[in-house]
Design a protein around this ligand. Structure first.
Ligand code: NOJ
Ligand code: MG
Length: 533
């Protein structure tokens, strides 16, 4: 196994987004305050103390702006407001203040690659070919036979081109037809969107997670996409062609640098990118001079089979690919993929959380993963996700990871006082209140991990070293200034000898007499952290 070490400077103050933990809130499903069955800003505010108790440092809230909600807020019709479903600008200002009062940071979602078709800009753009905003979007003529200008397929199934009968041209939509792609090559679009970032920064926002950034500069003049040799008919239709002309285009990196420059106009802010791609593409989003994203999201474990040595192989590959001086990050779940507790199996949830919170780099924890929430089975009549509706039956739907938080006993488990927009499911270990009261719960394991991480600089700043990955046991070390910690993870359902020794500082099985019981062994599906003697 490779050995990766980095030089860290223990005596300098590290930026909060390096040592902190980010927690993603999916606002529709966090807490409803007004009884419409959909979470909202006042709901989030009312649950901030839960997050303080959990120990996280920053919240990232998925989009809360005015939207027809065709893609649940990722189709924005006004970048500078709050959708009434979520509250008002005043509620937002209150939430910022309440968040900051508790010492937490607040990160918003920025969706620069496309608007809603209902956005006044698009309404104007499609009103005539000579409209002043026509060029804010991407229009092309049909081929002579009337078919779309290129063979591009949208992320959500059909062609990426939608015919606009009124003006007799196609417009590009990388996602739904209702999400026309903005034309960032137009300087007016750049100026307007960058000013939108300033608008929110001035309201106190601490950063942005930038949506779909890999798609920000599609170049249809380059023509058709080549076929993907790995694609089979039963696969996601969107992967049929290789998106060599629509994703990761050179101009996109310029736009990220512009966003970063705006971010630098304000002290202490962070820019995070939704950077899906091969490792070398992800690394490019740091910028050649570290002038792009501070944190290009690292999704390498999100689509990994939960098995050794594959997990270790991916961790090492990421460590090896990180440019010198770049700060890494880890993601195990979000509102777009199956829950980690389902991908790894519910029994492995504590192992997964331990990994997320002890690897080198900033962790982003998805709401509910601290409770071991699983992907829910959504009955067909309850399906909400437009992707599932457009491409049914392939398991692409995202509703299973978006069900509301189960807080406490009650008809909706404390989420709402009317019928929730998606059914509420309680994980095997119980709702948040029950888990908080049970010392051996997943929630308390995550809390303990965060406490340990906070007081142990080696776990945030230390170097990473693989010790072993054999017989279902993965052990890695974090080293800093002569201090070493070993993280020992049992990926199997039987006890395993622990290959390293030391003082147990944390165990996922906190039953009576635990320290002794664990001498020399890791429990089935167990996680141990040892301080090397
Ligand atoms: C990525 C978001 O996370 C996803 O939920 C959304 O559908 C697409 N981008 C389009 O904005
Ligand atoms: Mg509500």
């Amino acid at each position: 196994m490779n050995q990766q070490t980095i030089q860290t400077a223990p005596n300098t103050v590290q930026e909060w987004w390096k040592t902190g933990i980010i927690y993603q809130i999916y606002p529709r499903s966090f807490q409803d305050s007004d009884g419409d069955g959909i979470g909202d800003l006042r709901g989030i505010e009312s649950r901030l103390d839960y997050l303080v108790d959990l120990g996280i440092d920053a919240i990232w809230i998925s989009p809360i702006f005015p939207s027809p909600m065709t893609d649940f807020g990722y189709d924005i019709s006004d970048y500078r407001g709050i959708d009434p479903m979520f509250g008002t600008l005043e509620d937002f200002d209150r939430l910022v203040a309440a968040t900051h009062r508790r010492g937490l940071k607040l990160i918003l979602d920025f969706v620069p690659s496309h608007t809603s078709e209902k956005h006044p800009w698009f309404v104007e753009a499609r009103s005539s070919r000579t409209s002043a905003r026509r060029d804010w979007y991407i229009w092309r003529d049909a081929k002579p036979d009337g078919s779309p200008p290129t063979n591009w397929i949208s992320e959500f199934g059909p062609s990426a081109w939608t015919w606009d009968a009124g003006t007799g041209q196609y417009y590009l939509n990388i996602f739904l037809s209702e999400q026309p792609a903005l034309n960032w090559r137009n300087p007016e679009v750049q100026a307007e969107m960058l000013d939108t970032m300033r608008f929110w920064y001035m309201r106190g926002v601490d950063g942005f997670r930038v949506d779909a950034i890999t798609h920000v500069a599609p170049d249809p003049d380059k023509g058709d996409h080549p076929p993907n040799p790995a694609w089979r008919a039963e696969m996601n239709p969107s992967q049929r062609f290789l998106k060599v002309h629509s994703k990761h285009q050179p101009a996109g990196f310029d736009y990220v640098r512009m966003m970063r420059q705006v971010t630098e106009e304000f002290p202490d802010r962070v820019l995070i990118g939704e950077t899906d791609g091969e490792l070398k593409e992800v690394m490019a989003y740091y910028g050649a001079d570290f002038d792009a994203f501070q944190l290009p999201f690292n999704f390498t474990l999100q689509d990994a089979p939960w098995e050794l040595p594959e997990i270790v192989r991916r961790i090492e590959a990421y460590e090896a690919a990180l440019p010198e001086g770049a700060w890494g990050n880890w993601v195990l779940g979000n509102h777009d993929c199956a829950r980690i507790a389902s991908r790894a199996g519910p029994a492995q949830a504590a192992v997964a959380a331990t990994l997320l919170l002890t690897l080198r780099g900033t962790p982003t924890l998805y709401q509910g993963d601290e409770l071991g929430m699983e992907s829910a089975v959504i009955p067909p009549e309850a399906v909400q996700d437009p992707w599932e509706k457009q491409v049914p039956g392939l398991g692409l739907g995202r509703d299973p990871a978006r069900t509301p938080m189960p807080w406490e006993p009650g008809p909706t488990h404390g989420f709402s006082n009317s019928q929730p927009w998606l059914p509420v499911f309680v994980p095997v270990e119980g709702d948040a209140a029950a888990q908080r009261a049970d010392p051996a719960s997943m929630l308390n394991h995550v809390r303990a991990l965060i406490v340990l991480r906070r007081k142990t600089p080696a776990l945030t700043l230390g170097s990473y070293e693989t010790i072993t990955a054999q017989d279902g046991v993965y052990v890695f070390a974090r080293h800093l200034d002569g201090d070493s910690y070993h993280v020992c993870l049992n990926f199997t359902d039987t006890p395993r000898p622990c290959p390293v020794s030391g003082e147990v500082v944390l165990s996922s099985y906190v039953h009576e007499g635990d320290g002794a019981a664990h001498a020399g062994q890791i429990a089935p599906h167990g996680a141990l952290i040892l301080k090397a003697g």
